[in-house]
Design a protein around this ligand. Structure first.
Ligand SMILES: Cc1cc2nc3c(=O)[nH]c(=O)nc-3n(C[C@H](O)[C@H](O)[C@H](O)COP(=O)(O)O)c2cc1C
Length: 238
């Protein structure tokens, strides 16, 4: 069943949506989707929910571009070609080597979980490249949202706003038995995506979200990332 991955663990409320607690707990990054688009009416509800995200000084900086159908397939081909050629055009720098200590360990745990799920051996570079490149097939999602933003100063605050918008979007999907995955990997090709969609240069791409109906049988959906205990992350002062 299409929505089983999420709904088997929880009950929908009388509104047909999961409760807040269930939605936050079942939401996880979905790395395999069914070939079945989310109906426009449902997509509009999700996008409406995301509009209610807070933003620094009420700037509401999100400029969301939703791509589907043949256009998404074309974009996928372009992104695979650019990725294979190593022609990156990011708006924001990113280096995984910046992570240190426990942050590096958590990132390593994700890599291990993903490659194990995909049955990829650590030393098999070609297979790792292919598994990573699933980002550019949108993990087979029939739809993707590209979260563009204006650039203000060092962009730290606007990036925070985009994160809040993204999480509201993801929770709204989860509450409906749908799934999504935020993807920094799409931001590596910001310039290419901007050109492909005809978006002006003053809008920057932080990340995108592929979304749709989770595919229970996709290997990528075997990944489960635990959370550290609350008291590792939170300090109480009185
Ligand atoms: C802003 C952001 C960007 C991300 N980029 C990617 C990505 O490019 N590819 C990917 O497979 N996962 C990506 N993720 C998903 C994270 O790996 C995932 O959130 C983390 O491992 C925790 O797992 P969970 O989302 O299943 O709880 C991203 C998450 C966030 C919040």
């Amino acid at each position: 069943m299409a929505t089983q991955l999420i709904q088997r663990e929880t009950e929908a409320t009388s509104t047909g949506l999961l409760s807040f607690e269930d939605a936050t707990r079942v939401r996880r990054s979905i790395r395999g989707f069914l070939d079945k688009p989310v109906p426009d009416s449902v997509l509009r509800e999700v996008l409406e929910d995301a509009q209610y995200a807070p933003s620094n000084c009420n700037t509401q900086p999100w400029n969301t571009h939703v791509v589907c159908g043949e256009k998404l397939k074309q974009l996928s081909r372009v992104l695979h070609a650019k990725n294979d050629a190593g022609e990156f055009t990011p708006d924001f720098s990113f280096d995984v080597n910046d992570f240190y200590g426990e942050y590096r360990e958590r990132n390593n745990a994700l890599g291990k979980a993903y490659y194990e799920a995909m049955n990829v051996m650590r030393e098999d570079k070609e297979a790792r490249h292919r598994a990573g490149a699933m980002n550019y097939s949108f993990f087979n999602a029939p739809q993707a949202a590209f979260l563009f933003m204006p650039s203000f100063g060092d962009n730290v605050r606007v990036a925070g706003d985009m994160g809040m918008y993204g999480q509201t979007f993801l929770l709204s999907l989860a509450a409906r038995g749908l799934g999504g995955i935020p993807q920094t990997a799409l931001g590596f090709f910001a310039g290419t995506i901007r050109e492909f969609l005809g978006i002006p240069d003053d809008l920057k791409l932080l990340f995108g979200i592929s979304f749709g109906y989770p595919d229970d049988d996709a290997p990528g959906n075997r990944v489960r990332m635990d959370r550290v205990p609350l008291d590792t992350s939170v300090t109480f002062h009185a």
